[in-house]
Design a protein around this ligand. Structure first.
Ligand code: SAM
Ligand code: SF4
Ligand code: SF4
Length: 343
């Protein structure tokens, strides 16, 4: 390759999300609100060897940051083995995990020993009874223990909080205080109309501007801070006068498609070039039919070079914006679900 691989809008292939399972031990209302789901067949799930091989090919094409996600990634049996295999690659610069935290504490020693660089824990409420109502989980205390154990072990921790009006907007400042207390940077996430968010409504979105106004009303003026290099992330970051830093991921009101270097592979090896993309590229089929690394690399390069996706921007331009996919559409292809794509 002569120069970095870029898409039609000049965006490099920089970060890769590997979804390792579509199963989850929570049922967040903004992600998995239904009673029943169609799961990916177990035989279709990529093995750790297959995932590592794909990750290595992607790294050869420019990927530097890898994030393991799901579903709940810690439900995938033996996940630390995958971390070890990925961390062994000399081109992996940043290996992260996004988790709901329930199973984190028990897995921490093996994840750290395997070479995990950092963890993001999703925490939307500090009230156990709200987690029961909103995510059908009684394991709030386990998630909090996961966060403090990770901090105590020296693993860098970030918190993700999806803000949903009428659910947890009254905890916005409490969540910031909690993050400050445990020494983790919090990122507020605008509630997105992704696949699976079948209860989404624009009225339930707490916007970046509203979040900033609430923070400023309590703490005074906030100043913008440069983005974090290692995540080249979509979060706009801000600092309070006491030095506390927090972020906002404003995918709904200020999409960051123009600089988006992310793509994601579902647990069954389907590669999506955009969170909102309808069609994915099957990498599992050629992989299992015996394609060489070079052939897989060519397939990936050609698809990335043709990429024009800017899903969140197009959604913002949609008049009378409603849910992205109705249930029938999700049932027709479960890979449209956020919990399959990995967020
Ligand atoms: N289960 C893990 C977790 O919750 O951290 C990893 C997978 S989850 C799909 C990844 C991220 O997507 C989480 O931070 C979650 O809050 C976020 N997410 C899911 N549905 C969302 C939605 N409708 N809007 C915004 N963020 C969402
Ligand atoms: Fe919640 Fe993550 Fe599970 Fe979705 S995948 S239901 S966001 S814990
Ligand atoms: Fe990237 Fe698609 Fe998200 Fe835009 S909507 S930031 S192109 S993944």
């Amino acid at each position: 390759m002569t120069g970095p691989l870029v898409d039609r809008l000049g965006r490099p292939l920089g970060s890769l999300r590997l979804s390792v399972t579509d199963r989850c031990n929570m049922r967040c209302r903004y992600c998995m609100p239904e009673e029943e789901y169609l799961w990916l067949p177990r035989t279709s799930l990529l093995s750790f060897e297959e995932l590592t091989r794909l990750a290595t090919i992607f790294q050869g094409l420019g990927v530097r940051r890898i994030r393991l996600t799901g579903g709940e990634p810690l439900l995938r049996h033996g996940l630390p083995d995958l971390v070890r295999m990925l961390a062994a690659s000399s081109t992996t610069e940043d290996l992260a995990l996004t988790t709901n935290g329930i199973l984190l504490e028990g897995h921490l020693p093996s994840l750290i020993a395997a070479g995990l660089d950092r963890v993001t824990v999703s925490l939307d409420t500090l009230r156990p009874e709200r987690l029961v109502a909103f995510a059908r989980s009684t394991r709030h205390a386990d998630a909090l223990r996961g966060i403090t154990a990770a901090q105590a072990a020296g693993l860098p921790v970030k918190l993700n909080s999806v803000m949903v009006r009428g659910f947890n907007d009254d905890e916005l400042l409490d969540l910031l205080e909690y993050a400050r207390l445990v020494g983790a940077e919090i990122r507020y996430i605008e509630y997105m109309d992704v696949g699976g968010a079948t209860r989404w409504s624009e009225a339930d979105v707490l916007s970046r501007d509203q979040i900033l106004a609430l923070v400023a009303a309590r703490y005074g003026a906030v100043e913008p801070v440069a983005p974090l290099e290692e995540s080249a992330g979509p979060a706009d970051r801000f600092r309070l006068s006491d030095g506390t830093v927090f972020g906002i991921i404003a995918s709904v009101t200020r999409p960051f498609c123009r600089t988006c270097d992310r793509s994601r592979i579902t647990a069954d090896g389907t590669w999506y070039l955009c969170l909102y993309g309808d069609e994915g590229v099957s990498l599992r089929d050629p992989l299992r039919l015996g394609a060489s690394d070079e052939e897989l690399g060519d397939l990936i390069s050609h698809a990335w070079q043709a990429r024009t996706d800017r899903g969140a921007e197009l959604r913002m331009e949609t008049p009378d914006r409603g849910v992205l996919h109705q249930l029938t559409s999700l049932r027709a292809d479960p890979r449209r679900e956020m919990h399959t794509r990995g967020g």
